[in-house]
Write a protein that binds this ligand. Structure first.
Ligand code: 9MG
Length: 276
């Protein structure tokens, strides 16, 4: 099954890897030798050479406690990087944003996927996404990033996440987003306890009933720290285990920090799946 990302066709029946490229001010502390866009391009090029099919550019931190960014600040962070990648690299550019003005601008610069952790809930976002005509990733979140980890609750986490995604699909399709342009994401770590995250991963295959490709982001997340007791920079083995489980359960896109290692893990999963 191929999806069209602003003219680039990607086969989502095979698991693909998306490299994470944060362009928040603390992301590239190199003593001022590079501009952020230069340094980001170097990082993006490495991830593409390592096998990433997507680069996810994000200018707003969604960590609890992170300061909100203005539209202008987000545009200033993200646009030069999107322009540079579009000019220099053969890859799908995804932009992690909830801001409709940013969505509109980056699609004009060559972005092929809108990745919204707020599921296009901001005013005007579904309409802008529909007009842009590129695929969108609709992610489940309970609450807002700042407060989402304050005692999250569900009746049944898998069913509640499915209901939320179904309702968001109804809204965005009504605004004109084409069903074939929708990717879904259960949103690991976004308003969920460790147990909620584990239950979601254990039942991931059931989200296929919603009929859309799944994007999964578990790389280095705190659920893996809670399970292993490891600090964030020591979570590669746990991240690869979670990525492998996700790929085995049919995820189409894995959003990761460690592209080269994840691509190898996915190659093993793909080889085994193709032998069945
Ligand atoms: C931006 N971002 C951070 N974590 C994410 C996740 O799990 N999924 C998606 N789609 N985006 C994410």
């Amino acid at each position: 099954m191929k999806m069209n990302f602003a003219g680039r066709l990607v086969d989502l029946s095979r698991c693909q890897v998306m490299g994470i490229l944060n362009v928040t001010p603390d992301s590239f502390s190199d003593g001022g030798r590079f501009t952020t866009a230069d340094a980001a391009l170097v990082r993006a090029r490495t991830m593409v050479e390592d096998g990433a099919s997507f680069i996810d550019v994000g200018g707003e931190s969604t960590r609890p406690g992170a300061k909100p960014v203005s539209t202008q600040e987000e545009l200033d962070r993200v646009c030069p990087v999107v322009e540079a990648i579009a000019r220099e690299l053969d890859t799908v550019i995804s932009v992690d944003t909830s801001n409709p003005a940013v969505m509109e601008e980056v699609v004009g610069l060559g972005a092929g996927l809108i990745n919204d952790v707020r599921a296009l809930q901001r005013e005007g976002a579904p309409e802008v996404a529909a007009k842009a005509g590129v695929p969108v990733c609709i992610m489940h979140i309970q609450g807002e990033p700042d407060t989402m980890q304050n005692n999250p609750r569900y009746h049944n986490v898998r069913r509640d996440v499915s209901s939320f995604l179904t309702e968001r699909m109804r809204v965005v399709e009504k605004a004109g987003v084409r069903p074939e342009n929708i990717i879904l994401d259960p949103g690991f770590g976004f308003g969920k306890t460790v147990d909620h995250n584990i239950q979601l991963l254990a039942t991931l295959e059931q989200l296929h009933l919603l009929g859309h490709p799944l994007l999964i982001g578990v790389s280095r997340k705190s659920m893996l720290g809670a399970i292993t007791g490891r600090d964030v920079n020591e979570r590669l083995p746990a991240s690869l285990a979670a990525a492998t489980i996700s790929a085995m359960k049919g995820a189409s896109i894995l959003r990761v920090h460690d592209v080269r290692e994840t691509v190898d893990a996915v190659k093993v999963v793909t080889a085994v799946k193709e032998a069945i």
